[in-house]
Design a protein. Structure first.
Length: 431
């Protein structure tokens, strides 16, 4: 059982490699195929890992994607429009000169379980910016590739979910524990309900991270080459799995994103029908499960209570710490305490405010708006609604989670920026 679990990701990697590099795909270059593979691996996460003690925490997808992006930069280059991305690197790099403790540049103890390096985090951030720039450039160079990106991201989510089903079942019957899952999932959460173990659905991901991958897969569905029936069933599956993640922030962000994006549809009557069918099917299935399962009923009621709980109290304490520290110094309020000195505030905006100050935060927000601004000039339709949903989801979930170093965040931002630029001037839409 564990043998399959630990090598499922490597098997998926092999299958994706065969699929992408075999056969006749003359419309895509070798570098574009490498980029497709990197996108396919994003939802797989730590299911593909380095089987070396002490290196489990390194995500193969991040290492591979960064390498592909660097090779692309060397041989092809990036579109000049992406310079706005790299402008955001200025304040993180500058902050190392006035960091609170210069020893933290190389190594420091962030918490009991984790050591960090501000310098390494600066380079990690640069790698993510480069990856985003390369995704953006590839879509502008080859307008057929955005469909492949969506296809492989969704397929990767499906395959990762399949492994998640395996984990969920064997956690439920007591055959797998948090220790068994440590190599392939960071910070595993297994909730005990009346003696029954319930796995918070996060195959290959950090806790709460897979909920975001599921949301992005739903929003990218209109861009895939699948049939309408397949898209409908996959959207329903991902919605049900979204519940199993038990991530309330993602639930809220998903609901707000869907509601907000609905007003950007062009054919409201027809698209409302598909939305109504999907939501109705989800509600019917969920009500049935809710009625027959005491565990699901308990989980739903506990996750929707107004009680913030221990984790909520911890986050409020971190928020309060940020405000108290910034209040002590005008310089720190404007320019922060240094990059990667307080990464787990569970709020990207407060994290950036603490690390690069008010000036850096404002510059970052303005830069991201300029990077993705073309989505607001597109004609109404499914394409615009889906891309808007991606941006709204990122904006909302950033208030509650630290997603700055998530590879999928920068992939989705690049996807929105490039596809919207193409669509704005081509005046096309995806039905």
């Amino acid at each position: 059982m564990n043998l399959f679990l630990y090598h499922a990701g490597h098997l998926i990697l092999a299958l994706f490699s065969l699929k992408i590099f075999s056969g006749n795909k003359s419309q895509f270059s070798f570098f574009e195929k490498l980029l497709m593979l990197s996108v396919a691996l994003i939802p797989i996460g730590k299911l593909v890992y380095f089987p070396i003690p002490g290196m489990y925490g390194l995500k193969f997808a991040f290492m591979f994607g960064s390498l592909v992006a660097f090779v692309w930069l060397m041989f092809i280059g990036v579109n000049r429009n992406t310079k706005i991305l790299f402008f955001t690197f200025f304040f993180p790099a500058l902050s190392l000169f006035y960091i609170q403790n210069y020893e933290w540049i190389f190594l420091y103890q962030l918490n009991e379980q984790q050591t960090e390096s501000s310098l390494l985090r600066v380079f990690s951030y640069l790698a993510l910016l480069l990856y985003s720039a390369v995704i953006y450039t590839s879509i502008l160079k080859n307008k057929d590739i955005y469909t492949k990106f969506a296809d492989y991201f969704v397929i990767g989510t499906v395959l990762s979910s399949f492994v998640g089903f395996f984990v969920f079942y064997f956690v439920l019957n007591g055959s797998l524990s948090s220790v068994d899952l440590a190599p392939i999932s960071a910070g595993v959460h297994i909730v005990n309900i009346s003696g029954v173990s319930f796995y918070r659905f996060n195959p290959g991901a950090n806790v709460n991270e897979f909920s975001m991958i599921l949301a992005y897969a739903i929003f990218l569905m209109p861009f895939t080459s699948f049939s309408k029936k397949t898209k409908l069933w996959l959207a329903l599956l991902f919605l049900l799995l979204e519940f199993l993640t038990l991530t309330r922030a993602a639930w809220l962000a998903l609901a707000i994103s869907a509601l907000f994006s609905f007003f950007f549809l062009s054919r409201l009557k027809r698209n409302f029908k598909y939305l109504f069918l999907t939501v109705t099917a989800f509600v019917i299935v969920f009500i049935f499960i809710y009625q027959v399962s005491d565990q699901v009923r308990f989980l739903f009621e506990s996750r929707t209570t107004m009680d913030i709980g221990a984790s909520g109290q911890e986050r409020l304490e971190k928020f309060n710490y940020v405000f108290n520290q910034l209040y002590e110094s005008s310089f720190r309020l404007l320019f922060g305490y240094g990059w990667a000195t307080n990464m787990y505030v569970h709020n990207v905006y407060l994290q950036l405010l603490y690390e690069i100050g008010l000036v850096g935060l404002i510059f970052f927000i303005v830069s991201m708006f300029l990077y993705t601004r073309n989505v607001f000039f597109m004609a109404k339709g499914v394409m615009k609604a889906s891309l808007i949903a991606c941006l709204v989801f990122i904006t909302v979930v950033s208030f509650m989670h630290h997603i700055l170093y998530h590879m999928q965040t920068w992939f989705v931002l690049a996807y929105v920026a490039a596809v919207s630029l193409n669509a704005r001037y081509a005046r096309t839409d995806v039905d």
